[in-house]
Design a protein around this ligand. Structure first.
Ligand code: 9GP
Length: 829
């Protein structure tokens, strides 16, 4: 009876005795309990790693309390929720971020020091959760932090890969890839939900059935696996709200092969079951293209199907009428990777819920929004029809049906313009008949977002011009942002304290606009001194890391000049290296006296190349070959050093970014959709040397051209320059440095030949030659700027102050208002 239930609940509350306490003594007690009962070590003898494990569990307990309350609150209020569907999340480490968002950093540090441990040392024990490749994946992580902090009722969905992004190991200057089996020693930040499982089906056939006198298509799947949920609580800062990142792991299904067991084919049946697990085993390590891989398609459908079953179940727990679905659910497609969600929702609504086609399609068009993260044609996914037909036969039919409807609609608008119809069609005819996932996503979404103003312009005028002309109202943009919690508070605690001191408040950590208040003190000499002190300590930390990883000692008086991101030809790490060769060449050819005028530099490069991307791998090797020469040349000494930092990941970025004086964002204009690295450097007071590409254009609007070192062709120049090809007058210095590489000055002459070919004459697609002169001018301006430390410091302060527009809090606020139509739902204390 309800009376008995209430009595039982009251008794349970009594037993629970309130929430866990956060004073150092209570924390110590909880840590020791976890040492003993979770890690199963003696409380009198445990090492740093065990202490890290115990501390993490102690923090996780506190997260779980808030997380339960938040979920209960959402359930009671039943607001419209956003479901963020993304195949990739680069979460990095969780410990520091969690205790900062919980507001218990100092208490934890105290508790640990009394036990004889140092918080920083324990934090270093944690490995990175690297379930993603690059920009898109880290953006998802930043946005989860903002969604939680801003109290939005949101869920993230993704895949729990057993192997994250490969570890980069450098041997003789060459990149080697090693698997990242990140779950080896357990992951305290996730909670396995054994009761949250869904069957996911593949293959099979489609049959026609008559139901109530009407024909229906029925999918008879041929294989089934089980999706098991792993929940990662994501705490907000300055709020009790803690949202869920739910990642799916594939497990064999019990129903999968009953037949095989019955027929006695036991061994085969067990082997088949193991195969199921491969679906969520490995992250594809290329951020350019995954065309035509069956496993990739399986991963996409697996995560989409499980997520949608979960979302629909949650909706149906409260609502009966699916017509209300769009009032309660916003589905965000993070790139085209989850676009199979479109035919999947159609299938569920039409085949399982028996809604009419038109009604179902109407719902689809109200719930989906799509964000694209690229301008590269090769990154626009296409799925071969053959593959789809065998793996998901019913979905292919649905896509064809959507396309027929789309083509009819189009004909009403543009008549029989067959060229355009064929360009816009969701189905691409040709040698390999394929489904264009971007076209499907655009047609079926109510909103299509770019990730910067420039990116959006390019989508509208080039990549998706045909669509924009017909549906301009669908196109929006949300300039990307990064979370200041991770990128200042966690990674640069000294700068964080300094900012709070000068602003007289810590509120900027939640209300980023306050950061602009620093502008008022940009010329204050005492702030300058403190600012420089903080930066020097960060440089020291970075110098120690460089020495530990490469054995190279670097001078703290040198300018630390960093380029760290995925290695891509369009990002032009090669331009940077050729610039370094030029600098080296100049120093070598200078009279000894003149060398005194040279501004010393430590050039730092880092980033992973996709394992199959040959040119990117050659760029890494070239960097090492040049470093070998320069760093061992006694003529050069401290005037120039070149370091490649291996295995770039989120934790390495947290260490490197605060220590950088200058950072390079030098993609050929019109190729970087946004770029978020620049925003992290900017927040940390690092000056940018950049082209007017992606988000840089908006950074210029915010901090002014004279606050950075801008160079290179503009977007509108690029097509003309490409047409000119080999007739462009390339500076002599450029020809000279390329020749040095070609002639074997750095060794490996044959190996570098093809790399040199990519930047000569008509082959120079990314316009290194055309931009070289202005690149060198920008570098010279940076040298000059660095000599005037007062001016440099002012520029640095203004960079941090101007970074407020590039917080993911602002991005998420924009999405909530203009795309998803959701409101905050704050869990009471
Ligand atoms: O290359 C883009 C990068 O410019 C952008 O900042 C980031 C987040 O929107 O996405 C990157 N794209 C990918 O990682 C894969 O397309």
């Amino acid at each position: 009876t309800s009376g008995e239930r209430t009595a039982k609940a009251e008794r349970m509350f009594e037993l629970m005795d309130g929430f866990l306490k956060n004073d150092p003594l209570s924390l110590q007690k909880d840590i020791l309990d976890h040492v003993e009962y979770t890690v199963a070590r003696s409380r009198f003898s445990f090492d740093d790693f065990e202490a890290y494990q115990a501390l993490s569990h102690c923090i996780r307990d506190r997260l779980i309390e808030r997380w339960h309350d938040t979920q209960l609150h959402f359930k009671r209020k039943d607001p419209k929720r956003v479901y963020f569907l993304s195949l990739e999340y680069l979460m990095g480490r969780s410990l520091s971020n969690s205790i900062i968002n919980l507001g218990i950093r100092d208490q934890c540090a105290d508790a640990l020091s009394q036990l004889g441990f140092e918080f920083e040392v324990l934090a270093e024990q944690e490995g990175d959760a690297a379930l993603g490749n690059g920009g898109l994946a880290r953006l998802s992580a930043c946005q989860m932090d903002s969604l939680a902090t801003m109290d939005f009722p949101a869920w993230g969905y993704g895949l729990r890969y057993q192997y994250g992004l490969f570890r980069q190991v450098i041997l003789d200057g060459f990149q080697h890839e090693q698997p990242d089996y990140w779950l080896n020693f357990g992951n305290p930040w996730e909670i396995e939900r054994v009761h949250v499982t869904y069957p996911v089906k593949f293959y099979g056939t489609v049959e026609e059935e008559i139901l109530n006198g009407e024909k229906h298509q029925v999918w008879i799947p041929g294989e089934m696996v089980e999706a098991v949920a792993y929940d990662n609580p994501i705490p907000g800062y300055g709020t009790r709200n803690t949202i869920t990142l739910r990642l799916w792991a594939a497990k064999p299904s019990n129903q999968h092969d009953m037949e095989a067991y019955n027929t006695g084919d036991y061994i085969d049946a067990v082997v088949n079951r193991q195969r199921a697990e491969t679906i969520s085993s490995i992250l594809y390590p290329d951020d350019r293209s995954h065309q035509g891989k069956e496993l990739r398609l399986k991963q996409q459908y697996f995560f989409v199907s499980a997520s949608l079953q979960d979302i629909i179940r949650r909706f149906k727990d409260v609502h009966k009428d699916l017509n209300q679905f769009p009032d309660k659910v916003a589905l965000q497609l993070n790139d085209t990777h989850p676009a199979l969600a479109i035919p999947e929702v159609m299938r569920v609504l039409v085949d399982e819920e028996h809604l009419g086609w038109n009604k179902a399609f109407d719902i689809i068009c109200k719930i989906f929004s799509f964000t694209t993260h690229t301008v590269l044609a090769e990154a626009l996914e296409k799925i071969p029809v053959d593959l789809l037909e065998s793996l998901l036969p019913r979905h292919l039919q649905i896509i064809y049906d959507i396309n027929s409807f789309f083509m009819e609609e189009l004909k009403k608008r543009i008549g029989l313009d067959y060229n355009r119809l064929s360009r816009m069609s969701i189905v691409e005819e040709g040698a390999v008949k394929s489904i264009r996932m971007a076209n499907l996503s655009i047609f079926c979404s109510h909103t299509v977002n770019g990730v910067s103003k420039l990116h959006s312009e390019l989508l509208q005028t080039r990549v998706f011009k045909d669509f924009y002309e017909l549906w301009p109202e669908k196109f929006q943009y949300k300039t990307n942002g990064v979370t200041q919690r991770r990128w200042i508070v966690v990674s640069n605690p000294n700068l964080c304290a300094l900012i709070s001191k000068w602003l007289g408040t810590e509120s900027w950590i939640r209300d980023i606009d306050l950061l602009m208040g620093l502008r008022e003190y940009a010329t204050d000499i005492s702030l300058h001194q403190e600012w420089r002190m903080v930066r020097r300590v960060n440089k020291m930390r970075l110098a120690e890391y460089i020495e530990a990883t490469s054995g190279l000692k670097v001078s703290l008086d040198a300018m630390f000049d960093v380029q760290m991101k995925r290695i891509h030809e369009y990002k032009r790490q090669l331009l940077n290296i050729l610039g370094i060769i030029h600098r080296y060449d100049c120093i070598k050819n200078m009279a000894k006296d003149d060398r005194r005028k040279v501004v010393p530099r430590v050039c730092i490069i880092g980033g992973k190349a996709a394992p199959g991307y040959e040119m990117a791998k050659k760029i890494i090797k070239l960097c090492h070959a040049v470093a070998e020469k320069i760093n061992n040349d006694s003529d050069v000494g401290d005037l120039l050093k070149l370091v490649f930092i291996p295995d770039y990941n989120v934790s390495v970025a947290e260490l490197v970014i605060p220590g950088a004086d200058l950072s390079q964002h030098i993609s050929t204009a019109g190729h970087e959709a946004s770029g978020t690295g620049s925003m992290k450097f900017l927040m940390n007071g690092c000056l940018l040397l950049a082209t007017a590409d992606g988000s840089t254009v908006e950074i210029i609007e915010e901090i002014g051209e004279d606050n950075m070192f801008l160079f290179g062709a503009k977007v509108h120049d690029v097509p003309t320059l490409r047409e000119k090809g080999s007739t462009i007058k390339v500076p002599l210095q450029f020809a000279r440095v390329v020749r040095m590489v070609r002639d074997g000055y750095f060794g490996f002459q044959d190996y570098f030949e093809s790399l040199c070919n990519t930047v000569e004459g008509n082959n120079d697609y990314y316009l290194l030659g055309a931009d070289f002169e202005s690149y060198l001018e920008a570098q010279a301006a940076a040298d000059k700027g660095f000599i005037d430390q007062e001016k440099w410091t002012r520029m640095s302060i203004l960079s941090t102050a101007g970074s407020s527009r590039f917080s993911s809090d602002r991005t998420i606020q924009d999405y909530a208002e203009k795309t998803w139509g959701i409101e905050p739902c704050r869990c009471p204390l």
